[in-house]
Design a binder for this molecule. Structure first.
Ligand code: EAX
Length: 324
């Protein structure tokens, strides 16, 4: 009798285990660039950490290279809840959360450590909370990198070399205003279309961090790379607000911590790409212009910057500049 009771107990226990496994919830996250990239490592790490930290009750399926659409589409899907998660640059983000515009002001950050300190500090953390009212939970800031310009026409050393150059830009209003101020003919376009547009000559150039230029193989369709470093490009882990609110308290922490782990490896990969990028892209045939006249870029942007100061508040811009 005792033995049969034990058997019943055991099968109940096994049954219980089986049901909890059946209750695994699978979510989706996407990026617009290739898996072998600073963004791929971000979402792969996130997926691994979510599964580990929730004991396998949550799984995250990863989609790369715009398989679920471009960044704007993925953010829209997350807002609607048809996709739970996305990892995106701030390209399309200001169209959803206007407060984030300030982060995309050219020449605002001195370098990556400065930008990371701002994003991880009170200013960045406060900006994360602005996503709540728009149907998102912003889990963590991450990084896309420092952007440089490429084109198929000529050496770009100073802004006068950009005059009349047709360049793809992100769908970001701050970038568009600034690049127009530099004399560029701006063509906003979703990232998955950029390679073909460069290849077919629909646009002459584009601008992106070395990490993106390499992972997207833009060296195959662009001859000149100028290390303009004209703007820092943040990235972010966003989640559908309702999906996040459904999580138990400990699971919420697990998701946030998983995103932070993703950010760590993401930033390390950006640093690695920045260290090897120029050599790598030269070896692939690109002409790399290192002696860019940044002071001239800054000077030419003065009128646009005056406009940004009005729009975002000089005090807010100065508060970012003052972060050590
Ligand atoms: O997030 O659209 C862009 O140029 C972005 O930098 C790219 O998709 C990586």
């Amino acid at each position: 009798m005792k033995f049969s009771k034990l058997l019943i107990g055991l099968s109940l226990a096994l049954g219980f285990v089986a049901t909890t496994h059946a209750q695994t919830t699978t979510m989706r996250i996407s990026i617009s660039v290739a898996q072998n990239s600073h963004q791929g490592i971000a979402i792969d790490t996130f997926a691994k950490e979510v599964e580990k930290r929730t004991g396998g009750r949550y799984k995250v399926q990863t989609f790369y290279a715009g398989a679920l659409g471009g960044e704007r589409e993925s953010i829209e899907a997350v807002q609607l809840g048809t996709q739970e998660l996305a990892f995106s640059s701030t390209g399309p983000i200001p169209n959803f959360v206007p407060e984030t515009k300030i982060l995309d002001v050219p020449f605002l950050f001195r370098d990556k450590p400065h930008a990371r300190a701002v994003l991880d500090g009170p200013i960045g953390q406060d900006l994360l909370t602005k996503f709540d009212a728009k149907g998102f939970k912003a889990l963590a800031w991450a990084e896309n990198g420092v952007r440089h310009m490429t084109n198929s026409k000529r050496d770009v050393k100073a802004p006068e070399d950009l005059k009349g150059l047709k360049m793809r830009t992100m769908e970001n209003p701050v970038h568009i205003a600034a690049y127009k101020g530099l004399g560029i003919v701006t063509t906003p376009m979703a990232f998955p279309e950029v390679f073909t547009a460069l290849q077919q000559g629909t646009v002459d150039g584009q601008e992106n961090p070395l990490s993106v230029i390499m992972s997207a193989k833009f060296d195959q369709v662009q001859k000149y790379l100028s290390l303009t470093g004209h703007v820092y490009s943040p990235a972010i882990f966003v989640m559908n607000k309702a999906a996040f609110e459904k999580l138990a308290a400990a699971d919420k922490t697990a998701f946030v911590e998983a995103a932070k782990e993703g950010t760590k490896l993401n930033r390390a990969r950006v640093d690695q790409d920045d260290a090897t990028g120029v050599t790598d892209l030269r070896a692939k045939g690109m002409t790399v212009i290192e002696n860019v006249d940044k002071a001239k870029f800054v000077a030419m942007l003065a009128p646009v910057n005056a406009e940004f100061e009005k729009q975002f508040g000089k005090a807010n811009l100065d508060a970012i500049r003052a972060v050590k």
